[in-house]
Design a protein around this ligand. Structure first.
Ligand SMILES: NC(=O)C1=CN([C@@H]2O[C@H](COP(=O)(O)OP(=O)(O)OC[C@H]3O[C@@H](n4cnc5c(N)ncnc54)[C@H](OP(=O)(O)O)[C@@H]3O)[C@@H](O)[C@H]2O)C=CC1
Ligand SMILES: O=C(O)/C=C\C(=O)CC(=O)O
Length: 357
């Protein structure tokens, strides 16, 4: 057994259908008297319903969360939290909303109670991302790790199927990179393999019955495991490419992960044989390689497999490759300026949607 350290996940998790009923109890446990409810404009109705339920203890609602957390939005949310004398953020929504709560926590220390409605997994990580002048900066800071997470499958029953599939692929990507992370360990390996299995098995059930509460619960269970992996170990090439494409070219986050994952794993495959075995086992029986099986999982569940289908311009691929190899993340197969050509070729295959061998 190789030596390792594991910081675990200090977040308190309340999981189950109807778990939202425990919100007041969880706020009391946090000692939160004046929570600010954060959401996207699209989820304002749910956020205001939550605020009404909380009554006078609720400091208010800030409903301007946006994907990739623009710096201006972060500043506006911080100002609102100060003006309303909030002592806690409730992030009701997907990773965009959790990311906004993290941006507030980064400078104010305001504790976060996250109520995820997608499978992004941000609620289980100390990773933040803020985008300014077309460049996304990510970092890790213990202050941004949500203190409490309420996972209630009933809140994702209406998550559109297409988003359910791509958000599940986003979560699977966390686990895939966790399986070859520089600081991986036996516990995160177990969580990663089980998370991939749970999500991959839930997808066809969701296609058959999108409002199946059990399938939604199993998917959320998988997202929790995969997010926990991401929160515990480092990210590598795949996430670097997605941060570049998402933050610098404003592509939809989960869709980028869905398209890039098979290609990034194919690039790393020669260096990560153990990870390939675990991924292949988690995805169930089949003759395809792990990268090809991930490609097929996305394609067979109706998700995009080509960057050109999610808004990427071929003319931007050179710049994307340049950004990606600048300040690279650690990766089991080194990528830096010297590998720019290989990364450019990877992006071309992702642009065209070429099924990996
Ligand atoms: N720091 C970290 O560890 C991580 C951060 N992230 C970040 O999170 C963001 C992406 O998160 P993701 O969840 O994919 O994106 P969003 O939070 O933007 O949600 C994606 C889409 O799903 C819709 N949606 C969310 N929940 C529901 C629901 N219950 N019913 C119907 N529609 C719903 C949203 O609609 P609407 O806009 O109306 O709300 C939105 O259109 C990115 O900024 C990414 O960088 C992602 C993973 C990990
Ligand atoms: O790319 C991911 O899914 C994980 C991390 C981030 O998105 C960083 C961020 O919060 O923007």
């Amino acid at each position: 057994m190789k030596p390792f350290t594991w910081n675990g996940q200090p977040s308190r998790v309340v999981f189950g259908a109807g778990a939202l009923a425990h919100l007041e109890r969880e706020l009391d446990l946090l000692g939160a008297q004046r929570p600010l409810v954060l959401c996207t404009p699209g989820q304002a109705a749910q956020a205001h319903a939550l605020a009404q339920r909380l009554g006078p203890r609720c400091a208010g609602v800030f409903g301007q969360a946006v994907m990739h957390v623009p710096a201006a939005t972060a500043a506006a949310a911080r100002e609102a939290a100060a003006r309303l004398a909030a002592d806690c953020s409730i992030a009701l929504g997907g990773g965009s909303t959790t990311g906004l709560a993290k941006a507030v926590a980064l400078t104010t220390g305001l504790p976060i109670l996250a109520i995820p409605t997608t499978y992004a997994g941000s609620e289980m990580t100390p990773i933040y991302g803020i985008t300014e002048a077309g460049l996304k900066t990510t970092g890790r800071d213990a202050r941004v790790l949500p203190r409490t997470v309420i996972y209630d499958p009933e809140l994702s029953l209406d998550l559109p199927l297409a988003l359910s599939v791509t958000s599940a692929m986003n979560a699977i990507a966390h686990a895939v990179e966790g399986l070859y992370a520089q600081d991986g360990n036996p516990v995160t390996d177990l969580m990663a393999e089980e998370g991939i299995r749970a999500l991959a098995a839930a997808l066809p059930r969701l296609r058959a019955r999108p409002r199946d509460p059990d399938a939604r619960g199993d998917a959320l269970y998988g997202a929790w495991l995969c997010g926990s992996v991401l929160g515990s170990v480092g990210m590598a090439l795949h996430h670097k490419l997605c941060h570049t494409l998402g933050g610098s070219f404003d592509l939809p986050h989960a869709e980028v992960h869905t398209v890039v994952l098979p290609q990034a794993l194919a690039f790393n495959a020669p260096a990560v044989p153990e990870a390939l075995l675990r991924i292949r086992r988690a995805l169930g029986p089949g003759a395809a390689s792990a990268p090809a099986a991930l490609f097929d999982l996305a394609r067979d569940n109706g998700a995009p497999v080509a960057l050109r289908d999610i808004g990427m311009r071929e003319a931007d691929l050179d710049r994307a490759a340049e950004i990606a190899v600048t300040h690279p993340y650690w990766n089991p197969r080194p990528f830096s300026a010297a590998q720019r050509g290989e990364i450019r070729a990877l992006l071309q295959r992702a642009f065209e949607g070429t099924r990996p061998d």
